[in-house]
Design a protein around this ligand. Structure first.
Ligand code: NAI
Length: 424
């Protein structure tokens, strides 16, 4: 078995890497088998049979519970740890089993600190925007901190009483409006957590020659947590990427010291020399701006909760909420799990209706992460061709003018045909 490994900051990918996959619950079974077949075909076509993925099934979710008595067996964790790169279908969230979410458990166990969500429009897909082609952003959402850390106490519990007492007596907090009936959550945001996320976003923008990274925050209200994110993000850019970036911070400094003209000229010079512009925006303004002037945004770096809202809004803007791909990555260790971003769709499970594209495009992200871009491009261009012709699963065709609804299997065959027919 050949393993992907990380050596001196570089991912080394053998020709026949073993890649663990979780089939997923509900529609997972249908989409995962299609996705593997399509990826295999694209890899074969792109590399003339020189490269091939060795798929290795690992269990999680209902299938794991039924076969192994555990929602997330240790062997599954071990496999992702050992083989570095994996892919997963959607998983049922167990109710009352002591695990909040299997996805969250996987992210925490492997410390997958970046939730990566690229958002682009495919011609032919109906969207609520007049000019959806202007949306092309990549979201870096922090995955391990913020209010998502799960540190909270329910109203009326003895634990909450203790926290309230501490806040009142030790910290002098007198601002809690209804102490008798309040619940409390904690929002940890650290320098380390911010820096590794912002570093990954800037590196991505530099490598892909993208124009800007925008830090999205609510630092105007939450001064030390979200405000810290902004401050530490700028500081990191200026310290670690002085030759690759030009910050809004610096722009403002030049403006104050030497006037607007000097600042604009420094900015223009930076843009001309291909530097990435690092700017920031408050989250509510950002959501407005994405609708009014989406072309102003390229790479987004944001905290966990903001990232959750932003990912869904942007995906909806390109009509792609059902086809939006995603990945959870630790760029230091190399661990990465690519995933369908939707759920298990119990209402259509087993009906051969599910759209495989969210998981498929996550597979494209995986191929790019492995450096097998040629195979990823074949899949992307096959989807571009099909969507433009109105060929898709029914969740998309019902909004298309020229839509021809296909089943999961039929659509997958169409994708494979496109890949076979493409000129390599
Ligand atoms: P859902 O995403 O499964 O379904 C919402 C709606 O979207 C349904 O009408 C469904 O038919 C449709 N849909 C979803 N994926 C589709 C696809 N590929 N093709 C066509 N239509 C699709 O969300 P829901 O119903 O809230 O959750 C069901 C289960 O999935 C729950 O147990 C939930 O916890 C879990 N879940 C898992 C996620 C994951 O593993 N990443 C993410 C979200 C939910």
């Amino acid at each position: 078995m050949q393993k992907i490994v990380k050596q001196n900051d570089t991912l080394i990918v053998p020709d026949n890497p073993t890649i663990p996959f979780i089939e997923g619950d509900g529609i997972g079974k249908e989409i995962t088998s299609s996705v593997k077949r399509i990826i295999d075909k694209a890899v074969e076509k792109a590399f003339g049979g020189e490269k091939k993925i060795e798929w290795m099934e690992v269990l999680a979710g209902e299938k794991a519970y039924n076969q192994a008595g555990s929602w997330l067996p240790q062997e599954t964790m071990d496999a992702f740890r050992e083989y570095l790169v994996g892919i997963k279908g959607p998983l049922t969230t167990p109710v009352g089993e002591g695990i909040r979410s299997l996805n969250v458990a996987l992210r925490q166990e492997l410390d997958l600190y970046v939730c990566l969500r690229p958002v682009r429009w495919f011609k032919g897909v109906t969207t609520p925007l007049l000019e959806p082609e202007k949306v092309n952003v990549t979201i870096f959402r922090e995955n391990t901190e913020d209010i998502y850390a799960g540190i909270e106490w329910a109203a009326g519990t003895p634990e909450l009483q203790k926290v309230l007492k501490f806040l009142k007596e030790e910290m002098g907090v007198a601002k809690i409006r209804f102490p008798e009936t309040t619940s409390i959550g904690v929002k940890p945001v650290s320098v380390e957590g911010t820096e590794r996320l912002v570093r990954a976003a800037i590196q991505y923008a530099v490598e892909h020659k993208l124009p800007s990274v925008t830090l999205v925050h609510k630092g105007n209200i939450m001064k030390f947590t979200e405000g810290g994110f902004k401050k530490w993000g700028y500081a990191l850019a200026e310290r670690e990427f002085p030759n690759e970036t030009f910050t809004e911070n610096k722009f403002n400094k030049i403006k104050t010291e030497k006037g607007l003209e000097a600042a604009v000229s420094a900015y223009n010079e930076a843009v001309e020399s291909g530097k990435v512009f690092i700017k920031d925006v408050i989250a509510d303004a950002f959501l407005q701006n994405t609708l009014l002037k989406p072309e102003e945004y390229s790479v987004i770096a944001t905290l966990n909760l903001n990232g959750d809202y932003i990912s869904d809004q942007l995906a909806a803007m390109v009509g792609g909420i059902g086809i939006a791909p995603g990945a959870n990555i630790n760029y230091n260790t190399g661990h990465a799990i690519f995933e369908a971003t939707h759920g298990t769709a119990p209402d259509i499970a087993g009906k051969n209706k599910a759209n495989p594209c969210s998981m498929l495009l996550s597979g494209v992200m995986m191929l790019e992460y492995m450096g097998w871009n040629k195979a990823g491009e074949l899949i992307t261009s096959a989807l571009e061709t099909l969507f433009e012709k109105g060929i898709a699963t029914s969740d998309l065709t019902r909004f298309m003018k020229n839509g021809q609804a296909k089943s999961t299997l039929e659509f997958s065959e169409e994708v494979i045909l496109q890949i076979e027919q493409s000129i390599s």
